[in-house]
Design a protein around this ligand. Structure first.
Ligand SMILES: *[C@@H]1O[C@H](CO)[C@@H](O)[C@H](O)[C@H]1NC(C)=O
Ligand SMILES: *[C@@H]1O[C@H](CO)[C@@H](O)[C@H](O)[C@H]1NC(C)=O
Length: 454
């Protein structure tokens, strides 16, 4: 009797399971170069204020980016001429035109401001009051164009905006100098939408400005505090044992930076041939350890040429930033209308870093007969698809109430969050798989058809 009842229950469970029959799909990895937003090698460009007319970005730069599969430029806005005055209306208009050009070309920029690019001129930077006034002038422009700004380097202070050779902020900063420096960083953060981060030139600077001794934790990450919005850049990567003063004490700075850059952007450039440290082995090791998202493609020429000669340039190109590989997926074969389905995706991030800007993830259902599309937001936060790890995303999804009977192709879409460029394929994330990228929409085909029945 007991056995028979057990049999009945078992039989019922089996019937329910056939309705939820699942298909498992393994995806093929793409090992070659793929272009993706907010990561990779960048091209350095400058907009000096000393010309009679603003030097707009040229088509040559965009063609150069495109031919190499790059998506980032660094835009140095040199404000030499305005060290004691407001930024001119002409210069601000020129900046806006630059951002428009970037948007139509489908690229983004790393932004930096500075007042000097040479030690031979005795004026290295502006006073704090003047810098704060300039930030105030720039605020509307930075907000309006945040969609094409990947990240902002703190800049303003010192030659090249590198926070060292300074007239106004103390080469050996006193506590007053540190407070003034912090005021500048806080002002830049306040001038940007909270979705955007600022990068500081050395690890010790961030710790000293904000009186912190420990690195950002996973719990604090992306919560919007000023320290959660400050990442790092190194403009003399591999140049010497301490990267020309980037590091004060490697035993403290290395573990600190390794943890910080899990949740904040890291990037920079090389500046000196320094074998063997500036060769592939250490370059790859430290780019992985410190989660590099970008690197200057043009400087230092000999270091970059060394990467090419030694054969690691394309590996660096592929791994800078995130690289999301779809490993497998589990989907129901069919579902009844208005029901809840469970899907599961395994995504491996084989890049050096995670995403640093917020992004939504959508499962898109496309009706095969009509082409009608139904995007459904997933709960997963892709900024936590950490580098060097596989993330399993399992979610229960309520089918939209207006989704009728039919066959639906499934896609994964990671578009830009900003509405101006949200439907542009160049700004959507392409997964590192073969046969999944739909270039016309920027969707990733999950290679599965879901049948929806009554
Ligand atoms: C994920 O990527 C890393 C780095 O390429 C690789 O070592 C690892 O085997 C991958 N894991 C899976 C499950 O594919
Ligand atoms: C999905 O729903 C089932 C049944 O309600 C529940 O047991 C499971 O924990 C849910 N899974 C997720 C990832 O929310």
């Amino acid at each position: 009797m007991k056995n028979i009842r057990y049999f009945f229950i078992l039989g019922f469970v089996l019937v329910c399971n056939t309705a939820q029959q699942m298909t498992s799909i393994s995806y093929t990895l793409e090992s070659g170069q793929i272009s993706n937003p907010e990561r990779g090698f960048y091209i350095h460009t400058e907009a000096p204020s000393t010309r009679t007319t603003y030097p707009l970005l040229t088509q040559y730069t965009f063609d150069n980016l495109k031919s190499q599969g790059f998506t980032l430029i660094l835009r140095m806005f040199y404000l030499h001429k305005f060290v004691k005055s407001d930024i001119s209306a002409d210069y601000l208009t020129g900046m806006q035109n630059d951002f428009n050009k970037m948007r139509s070309a489908g690229v983004k920029c790393i932004v930096r401001f500075a007042y000097s690019d040479s030690q031979s001129n005795s004026v290295y930077d502006a006073t704090k009051a003047q810098i704060l006034r300039h930030i105030q002038q720039l605020q509307p422009l930075l907000n309006k164009n945040a969609d094409v700004i990947a990240v902002v380097q703190a800049g303003f202070v010192g030659i090249w905006g590198e926070w060292y050779f300074t007239n106004n902020f103390g080469m050996e900063p006193s506590s007053t100098d540190l407070a003034n420096r912090r005021e500048v960083v806080d002002a830049i953060l306040a001038a940007l939408p909270t979705s955007r981060m600022v990068q500081i030139r050395t690890p010790v600077l961030k710790r000293n400005l904000y009186s912190i001794s420990s690195a950002l934790t996973k719990e604090q990450a992306f919560k919007g505090s000023n320290t959660a919005r400050i990442g790092h850049h190194n403009d003399c990567f591999l140049a010497s044992e301490d990267d020309y003063g980037t590091y004060e004490d490697i035993s403290i700075d290395y573990p600190y930076l390794e943890q910080e850059t899990k949740y904040t952007p890291m990037g920079g450039e090389t500046c000196n041939l320094n074998k063997p440290r500036s060769q592939c082995a250490t370059a790859l090791k430290e780019m992985r350890q410190f989660h590099y998202s970008y690197l200057n493609s043009g400087y230092h020429e000999e270091v970059i040429q060394g990467f090419k000669n030694e054969g690691c340039f394309s590996e660096i190109q592929n791994k800078l930033g995130y690289r999301f590989e779809l490993v497998n997926g589990l989907f129901p074969k069919s579902a009844t209308i208005r029901s809840t389905i469970t899907i599961s995706l395994t995504i491996n991030n084989s890049g050096f870093a995670s995403l640093y800007n917020p992004r939504n993830v959508y499962l898109v259902l496309r009706n095969i007969a009509t082409g009608a599309q139904y995007p459904i937001g997933l709960k997963t936060d892709p900024r936590f698809w950490e580098a060097g790890k596989s993330t399993v995303i399992t979610e229960n999804i309520s089918l939209p109430i207006d989704l009728g009977v039919g066959s639906y192709k499934l896609f994964l879409n990671l578009p830009d969050k900003e509405s101006l460029i949200g439907s542009r394929p160049e700004y959507s994330i392409r997964l590192a798989n073969k046969g999944t990228w739909e270039a016309s929409t920027g969707f990733n085909d999950l290679l599965h058809i879901l049948t929806v029945i009554n």
